[in-house]
Write a protein that binds this ligand. Structure first.
Ligand code: UDX
Length: 468
């Protein structure tokens, strides 16, 4: 099939590359000249495992092309995917302006029958609105062509996007008629070898299912974080409780890691959007509000734990931070808890030396605090630092030289927000170890670890502006 993808960002590029390798003829379109020039030379503008290789191979084979010209890109395409960003608008509602602009441009450009498929995360009703817009376009001198709109939300996760696309857990197809549904089913046939992954539905339900999924994922994370905080107050181990939860088939083993809270480009944005949409419809969505509230609090708990460790004073203190990306496997720092924490530490007067194996360029080009020092290696970040905070679960942070850390850190302690060192007796190696559910006062053998430092409570300490 001949396929055009409008928007060569994260979703668009992965979709284009993977559809090209499954035997289609794909053109990826983007208005950013620099990005398209780079892609034509095989440069993927972000870090995503496996993607470079697929882009390079499919480009060489001639199955994948790139252009900035919309008319040229969509020429005679059987299917046009819209994969444009839908960021949070000023009213909290998803901003679909670029999507609608693209629809208007296509209305003028298209002169052949085709199926337009919305991949972007959009409020329910958007596909219908787009269909209405296409239907209202003035007739072309050469006659009116048939354009229909379908919904096919994307569920891939950063860091595993290519694998997720190749072996999806499910493929959601929202279509308004049998013909469109058939076209999409044929397209996705190679990704559904056992015939169990295609879920067909109407347009609005398909659009909604993306929000529902992300809300449920966010709920799981906030729930496990809240349970970790309660476990800590009750002197129970959340890690052990997690083992029990994961063994229950009704709950399932994944997405139950307590930590600094969820970040990234999807979960926070989509939850906000769903809250806003619910409120417009008169639904209080109180649980969604709570999920967000718990998530925001989580990083403040880490901040307060470090603050407490320093007796409430950050002057002259240096904090090493390992990991800036919102999770391992990506260079994405959007809504990363690490940045919220770093901002608060710097505002409170601490020095921060951070290291991330992949996300450093993204940090340099973003508006992160100018006083943040980026270190060239994990070890370098710790030289002259008082404590270490591990924010991202990168493989290279899994087995550090603890003895070296104990002798290098000036006030040896690791705030292990990803629970990477669970089961290791760091105390025996001279390091205090703070883990999720053990942030305020770790008590190996029942003894409080915070010897010397006064045990202030989070409520007593006033958070800085950016973290309140
Ligand atoms: C998410 C959804 O998983 C994906 O289906 C959707 O298409 C886009 O949003 P992504 O943002 O790439 O994908 O990351 P994900 O792996 O879901 O993690 C989101 C956040 O939750 C990260 O900050 C991660 O560190 C955190 N997380 C995840 C936890 O804190 N604990 C967990 O157990 C799982």
């Amino acid at each position: 099939m001949k396929i055009a993808i409008v928007g060569s960002g994260y979703v668009g590029l992965v979709t284009g590359a993977c559809l090209a390798e499954s035997g289609n003829n794909v053109v990826c379109i983007d208005h950013n000249d620099e990005k398209i020039a780079g892609l034509r030379s095989g440069i993927v503008p972000f870090h995503e495992p496996l993607l470079d290789a697929v882009v390079l191979r499919e480009s060489r084979l001639g199955n994948l092309k790139f252009t900035t010209n919309l008319g040229e890109g969509v020429h005679l395409a059987d299917i046009i995917f819209l994969a444009l960003g839908t960021p949070t608008g000023i009213d909290g509602y998803p901003d679909i302006d670029s999507l609608l602009q693209c629809v208007d441009d296509l209305s003028i450009t298209l002169q052949h029958d085709c199926l337009v498929v919305v991949k972007s995360t959009v409020p329910p009703g958007t596909c219908e609105a787009i269909q209405t817009r296409f239907d209202a376009r003035p007739a072309h001198p050469s006659g009116r062509c048939a354009i229909t709109v379908a919904s096919n939300p994307e569920f891939l996760a950063e860091g595993s996007a290519v694998t997720d696309f190749r072996m999806p857990a499910r493929i959601v197809l929202g279509a308004s008629n049998e013909i469109d549904a058939r076209i999409l089913k044929d397209l996705y046939m190679p990704f559904d070898p056992d015939g169990t992954r295609l879920i067909e539905m109407d347009l609005r339900s398909a659009e909604f299912s993306k929000y529902a999924c992300n809300a449920m994922l966010a709920a799981r994370i906030s729930m496990i974080n809240e349970l970790a905080n309660i476990a800590e107050r009750m002197d129970a181990d959340i890690g052990s409780a997690c083992q029990v939860l994961k063994s229950d088939p009704r709950i399932g083993p994944r997405y139950l890691e307590p930590g600094a809270g969820y970040g990234g480009s999807c979960l926070p944005k989509d939850l906000r959007a769903l809250i806003r949409m619910a409120s417009d419809k008169g639904e209080p969505a109180s649980m969604l509000h709570s999920i967000e509230q718990v998530n925001r609090r989580q990083v403040t708990l880490i901040y307060h734990a470090i603050e407490k460790y320093f007796w409430g004073c950050f002057q002259g203190r240096c904090v090493a931070v390992w990991g800036l990306a919102f999770k391992a496997g990506t260079d994405d720092i959007r809504e990363a808890p690490s940045l919220t924490l770093i901002q608060a530490l710097l505002e409170a007067g601490a020095q921060v030396r951070a290291y991330d194996p992949i996300a450093e360029p993204a940090v340099k080009t973003s508006l992160v605090h100018s006083e943040l020092v980026l270190a060239g290696s994990a070890e370098q970040a710790c030289v002259n630092a008082d404590v270490l905070v591990v924010m991202t679960e990168w493989e290279e942070f899994m087995t550090p030289d603890f003895k070296w850390l104990a002798s290098t850190l000036r006030s040896p302690a690791i705030f292990d927000t990803r629970d990477l060192y669970r089961g290791k007796d760091l105390n025996a190696m001279g390091l205090r170890h703070y883990r999720p559910g053990r942030i305020f006062a770790t008590r190996p053998g029942g003894k409080p670890l915070l010897t010397g430092a006064p045990l202030l409570t989070a409520e007593v300490l006033k958070p800085p502006k950016s973290i309140s």
